[in-house]
Design a protein around this ligand. Structure first.
Ligand SMILES: *Cc1c(COP(=O)(O)O)cnc(C)c1O
Length: 403
């Protein structure tokens, strides 16, 4: 018998739903300023009237908080920004034209030539490229470490280390880092901590509560949730967001337009519902997959076989719809046949939308001019969307016959 309707049986942790509801339905929406419209207007303008010199001076004293020009502060985007900061429990937030843009702003805003970054070993592809190829051109060094053990991170820190970059859980295999331990270690060395929190979304994990300085998201995934906008989010202290606003936001200019901001606001209204559905359906499917003779291993932070299950449960309130499977099969042809037989899963990158997806690593094999992938060809990442899980299971079962 559950007294609290918001308590999840899975983790026993609360979703703090009353607060979440207030953020998603009301926070930042000053409806009296726009005819008491329920949905906020799309303020589709590049610039704003500065009615007199006093207003002019006031606006330029703080361009981040006044309406001057939409590369800076746009009112529709501002509503989104306020909700996202509240969702992550940080003082402020900024939004970008992509998750990659948010990651780049967070990193570039806190590093200079001759300095060093420590990064968990397997970040999102383009974060990896940012460190290995882009920043190395400007004399920024980096070390990738197995972040599942804090001692590896400690050992990689140098006197010139300025950033500890985390992604917990990380892409594809969902390795976690101990956020409390990372934050403490970094603070002792004056190092800024950045985490990519896209996997959990703010509904299932709030890294700032563990002491992490900057939380970034690919809002393209769960936050927008409808596979129709590319958006990035950066949540941090007011001081940090201001610093990044006055430098990376205003100079690199990777901003979100008001129309896209309105779409993301619409997506946010259903964020907890969508996550819960994906989470429950993914777990329902995993329970069936793990019993299938052609399944060798499941990768999912809340799965009983996950090596860091205890840590994951300590840091996360839920997992969502993303998991990976290593299949048992003997030929690449059989794996290709399995993929070919799936009709209800869409083969596509990204995730967090309404539609269930598969990325089979076999697709990265045999691409001319590309090196050998690090993951085996028997491996596939699944995202479970909002469809009926039994309908998806039927499709998986018939495709599994190919293995
Ligand atoms: C998709 C993704 C990104 C990049 O975000 P975009 O919105 O595509 O630029 C960064 N990190 C993770 C974990 C992602 O899945």
């Amino acid at each position: 018998m559950m007294d609290d309707p918001n308590k999840t049986s899975e983790t026993g942790q609360e979703h703090h739903d009353p607060e979440l509801s207030d953020i998603l339905m009301h926070l930042g929406e000053e409806r009296e300023r726009y005819f008491y419209a329920v949905s906020p207007p799309v303020i589709q303008t590049s610039n704003f009237v500065l009615p007199d010199l006093a207003a002019f001076r006031e606006a330029f004293a703080d361009e981040q908080e006044h309406h001057v020009y939409s590369r800076g502060n746009n009112p529709t985007v501002e509503i989104l920004r306020k909700k996202l900061a509240a969702l992550e429990g940080t003082e402020d937030a900024w939004v970008f034209s992509s998750g990659a843009g948010a990651v780049a702003a967070a990193v570039i805003g806190n590093i200079s030539a001759g300095e060093h970054i420590v990064c968990q070993r397997s970040p999102y592809t383009w974060t990896n490229v940012l460190l290995r190829k882009f920043l190395s051109r400007f004399g920024v060094e980096h070390t990738f470490v197995d972040g599942t053990d804090i001692e590896n991170i400690r050992a990689a820190i140098r006197p010139d280390t300025r950033i500890l970059y985390l992604e917990s859980p990380n892409s594809m295999t969902y390795e976690c880092q101990d956020l409390t331990a990372c934050a403490e270690l970094a603070k002792a060395h004056g190092i800024v901590t950045i985490i990519d929190n896209s996997y959990c979304s703010p509904v299932y994990q709030n890294p700032a509560a563990f002491g992490i300085d900057i939380v970034v998201h690919s809002g393209t995934k769960y936050l927008n949730g409808h596979s129709d906008v590319v958006v990035g989010v950066l949540c941090a202290s007011r001081e940090m967001v201001k610093k990044i606003f006055l430098s990376e936001v205003m100079t690199l200019g990777g901003i979100l337009g008001p129309h896209d901001a309105a779409l993301v606001l619409r997506g946010l209204r259903t964020l907890p519902l969508r996550l819960q559905r994906s989470n429950d359906s993914a777990q329902w499917l995993i329970e069936r997959l793990e019993q299938h003779p052609k399944v060798s291993r499941i990768f999912y932070p809340f799965h009983h076989s996950f090596p860091q299950l205890e840590l994951a449960k300590r840091q996360m309130r839920g997992c969502g719809g993303l998991f990976s499977v290593d299949f048992k099969t003997d030929t690449q042809q059989k794996m290709e046949a399995f993929v070919g037989r799936l009709k209800r899963f869409t083969m596509a990158v990204s995730w967090g939308g309404h539609e269930s997806l598969i990325i089979p690593t076999i697709g990265f094999y045999n691409i001319p001019g590309k090196g050998q992938p690090s993951l085996p060809w028997t491996f596939a990442r699944f995202y479970i969307g909002l469809e009926d899980p039994a309908w998806l299971w039927e499709d998986l079962q018939q495709a599994l016959e190919a293995l």
